[in-house]
Design a protein around this ligand. Structure first.
Ligand SMILES: Cc1cc2nc3c(=O)[nH]c(=O)nc-3n(C[C@H](O)[C@H](O)[C@H](O)COP(=O)(O)O)c2cc1C
Length: 374
């Protein structure tokens, strides 16, 4: 069972992760992990913190000569902005953040204790863990991308673009947006929100291709891959909606319009000419690309803060202003791709089992042969 835990506060000494359950024999390319960490840091509209941090992964255990040895990987990312012990108390909770509920829960009048961990700084370690899962999935030719679909009310149009076209265009874009025209409008929208002391949310899409049919399960609620993916994506701070395939728009169409008819040819085996299911049917992959979309709410910290209450005096005040992003939708997309890669790696290891990569690949190849001969 592939699993992970993270620890670390936003302005603590470092972020820590333990990834347990990878097979032995997987070559880990540290550069690829650092690349993903750098992608999470980029994005037009990020705050000053991302200029301070230069995230790099340190792998402290579980590797020998650059390959996994079947033991847990211990991971560390140092925080340059380590100052948790000298930061002031926070007593005016921000609407939309964890501050107030966390303070009531911990019975503390200093909400710094809450926001230091509730901060999305934690997601840097998730990206590192997801990058390792991505390296693992690469051994099975499984590829993924993330790209921004909308920021505020500005929408990108990528209809008709191939996986590779979207991937390349999004990688070159400071907003991970594959539509250049929309990107310019999004940047203007971010500038406007910034000048007005406001913030923006948006939506993004994850696509994962070359996954065989049959990962996940229909047999128990907690073994359905759609449920696991939705939970993993919803666990990302500020993600308030997850859609699989046609999702919400599918709900207002007829069955005959939405379901992906089944075809067969000797070369391709079973296939579909549409993918409204987003690659998942009955809690299992169906061989088509996974298409997942997430909605991110606008950032809670506003330079023109909303009304709040001083939790000590109980007087009316304005919410605290912390250094913050104006828009973090591109970064959230990187985190979401990492979480999706983790879930798929977990489902793949669950189905094909094996203590070594070789054993897992043998089981995997055997299954592909079985499907081809079906
Ligand atoms: C990559 C990323 C960066 C974020 N940056 C900020 C930020 O700078 N300021 C802020 O108030 N919220 C930021 N958030 C959102 C908060 O972490 C989140 O709204 C908060 O933890 C409350 O959780 P909830 O929105 O899921 O209810 C960010 C989220 C992500 C995914």
């Amino acid at each position: 069972m592939l699993r992970f835990l993270t620890a670390g506060e936003s302005h603590g000494a470092s972020l820590i992760g333990i990834l347990d359950g990878l097979p032995a024999g997987l070559k880990i390319n540290k550069q690829l992990i650092d690349q993903d960490l750098a992608s999470r840091q980029k994005g037009y509209g990020r705050g000053a913190r991302m200029k301070i941090e230069k995230d790099k992964i340190n792998i402290l255990s579980g590797l020998r000569k650059g390959k996994t040895i079947g033991s847990p990987l211990a991971l560390l990312i140092k925080n340059r902005d380590f100052k948790i012990n000298v930061l002031p108390a926070i007593i005016c909770p921000r609407p939309g953040h964890a501050d107030l509920s966390g303070a009531l829960k911990l019975n503390t009048k200093d909400m710094r204790d809450v926001l230091e961990r509730a901060s999305a700084r934690e997601t840097a370690m998730r990206v590192a863990i997801g990058a390792i899962c991505r390296i693992f999935l690469g051994e099975f030719n499984i590829a993924s991308l993330n790209h921004v679909i909308s920021i505020g009310k500005v929408c990108a149009h990528t209809e008709g673009m191939s996986f590779n076209q979207i991937d390349r265009a999004a990688e070159r874009s400071p907003l991970s947006c594959a539509d250049k025209k929309a990107q310019a409008k999004m940047m203007a929208e971010i500038d406007k929100a910034k000048t007005e002391g406001d913030s923006l949310g948006g939506t993004f899409e994850i696509i994962v291709k070359n996954i065989p049919s049959g990962l996940g399960s229909y047999a128990q609620w907690d073994r359905r891959l759609d449920a696991k993916l939705a939970a993993a994506l919803m666990s990302i701070p500020a993600i308030k909606g997850v859609e699989i395939g046609a999702g919400f728009s599918g709900a207002c169409q007829r069955g005959s319009e939405i379901h992906d008819s089944i075809f067969y040819s000797r070369e391709k085996g079973f296939f579909r000419n549409s993918n409204n299911a987003g690659g998942l049917e009955g809690g299992m992959t169906n061989g088509e690309p996974l298409v997942l979309r997430c909605a991110m709410k606008p950032i809670a910290t506003l330079r023109q803060p909303l009304p709040s209450i001083n939790i000590k005096s109980k007087r009316k005040t304005k919410a605290s202003v912390e250094r913050a992003d104006v828009c973090a939708v591109p970064a959230a997309g990187v985190v979401a791709r990492a979480m999706a890669c983790f879930c798929i790696a977990q489902a793949l290891i669950e189905k094909f089992a094996g203590d070594s990569l070789q054993e897992l690949k043998r089981n995997y190849q055997g299954y592909l042969r079985q499907i081809r001969a079906f």
